[in-house]
Design a protein around this ligand. Structure first.
Ligand SMILES: Nc1ncnc2c1ncn2[C@@H]1O[C@H](COP(=O)(O)OP(=O)(O)O)[C@@H](O)[C@H]1O
Ligand SMILES: [Mg+2]
Length: 322
């Protein structure tokens, strides 16, 4: 097949979480070529006529949609999918409506709450009325992913501190910020792929906090995800060996991930992030409808645990394109 790998238009000086899209695009194009396809990469330009012209020139059988941020903002991630839908072009991954719903963390939480899927309590400015003072809350972006703006100081216990942290983050990163109850406990990532139209859960990874200073909040912050020189990066390994010891928990995570997949209308691949509190109560942190497909990221690691090599993973994603 002729395949167009469409990725975010990332300027050379963009932060590492955005550069990541280019690495994904290159790795996928290389893998597709090795699999006998003809693959070309192109940056998405948020203009319908330009996208039409790009697709007409490339004349692909399908598009791999890796458009994550547009104008540097995650909130516009559905634009690529929307234009491909408008053109009537077959593409990989979630439809635009799923991207729009899941990339707005508050809307996704409301949808989950309505469907009876456990999600942590939250509070919003300007009055932060639902923030119970004295408990711990994490101030996070409504629309950005990649742990943008998340470090130890994102944890607050008062409405005044939530308000000033949100103001600082808005100044630095723009967008809207809210506070979510800090769930002190284990963290899991559940990678899901579509096979024969059904969601299939890949081996579930736990993010472990190793040699973590007792007093520090346990969060996989920006440094832990992106700064290879930071100690946090090396202190948050992903492990898979817990599963055999806790089949009941495994089953719960698996069932809930499938529910989220159906609820948000995911397609091809998705990753659901969870935390579990000290009492064993599960909370869905977020549904990633377009998780990172880089060869060394968590999704490919989960596939590899299932004996699915990277090339096969990409073939599965391509197969599910619609
Ligand atoms: N409510 C929470 N309780 C504890 N940790 C959290 C909470 N929300 C986020 N985190 C931490 O921050 C990380 C990133 O948050 P997440 O909601 O997954 O957003 P994203 O990955 O899109 O940036 C999580 O992996 C987790 O370590
Ligand atoms: Mg996450």
């Amino acid at each position: 097949m002729r395949i167009l790998v469409l990725h975010s238009d990332v300027p050379p000086d963009a932060p590492p979480d955005e550069q990541d899209t280019l690495q994904q695009a290159a790795a996928i194009a290389r893998t597709l070529s090795e699999n006998g396809h003809e693959a070309v990469c192109a940056a998405f330009v948020p203009d319908l006529e330009a996208t039409k012209a790009l697709v007409a020139a490339a004349a692909p059988d399908l598009v791999v949609n890796l458009v994550e941020s547009v104008w540097g903002r995650g909130i516009y991630s559905p634009l690529g999918a929307q234009m491909l839908e408008e053109i009537g072009m077959r593409f990989t991954g979630a439809p635009s409506a799923s991207l729009a719903t899941t990339s707005n963390k508050l809307l996704a939480k409301r949808v989950m709450r309505g469907a009876g899927i456990p999600t942590a309590p939250w509070a919003e400015g300007p009055d932060w009325f639902d923030l119970v003072e004295g408990e711990r809350w994490i101030v996070k972006s409504l629309t950005e992913d990649a742990s943008l703006g998340l470090d130890d100081d994102a944890i607050v216990t008062t409405r005044a501190d939530a308000s000033s942290r949100a103001a600082t983050s808005i100044k630095r990163f723009g967008g809207r910020w809210f506070a979510e109850a800090y769930i002190d406990g284990r963290e899991f990532n559940v990678a899901v792929v579509e096979r024969a139209g059904r969601p299939v859960v890949l081996p579930i990874g736990e993010m472990v906090f190793s040699n973590w200073e007792e007093a520090r909040p346990r969060i996989v912050g920006y440094a832990a995800k992106w700064d290879e020189n930071a100690s946090d990066y090396h202190s948050t390994p992903r492990v898979f060996d817990w599963a055999a010891k806790e089949p009941k928990l495994y089953k719960q995570l698996e069932e809930l991930a499938k529910k989220c997949w159906l609820l948000f209308g995911c397609r091809g691949y998705a990753r659901i992030d969870y935390r579990i509190d000290g009492k064993g109560q599960l909370f869905v942190l977020e549904v990633n409808a377009n998780p990172c497909l880089e060869p060394d990221a968590g999704f490919a690691a989960a596939a590899s645990q299932a004996g699915i090599a990277y090339a096969e993973l990409i073939a599965i994603v391509i197969d599910a394109a619609a």
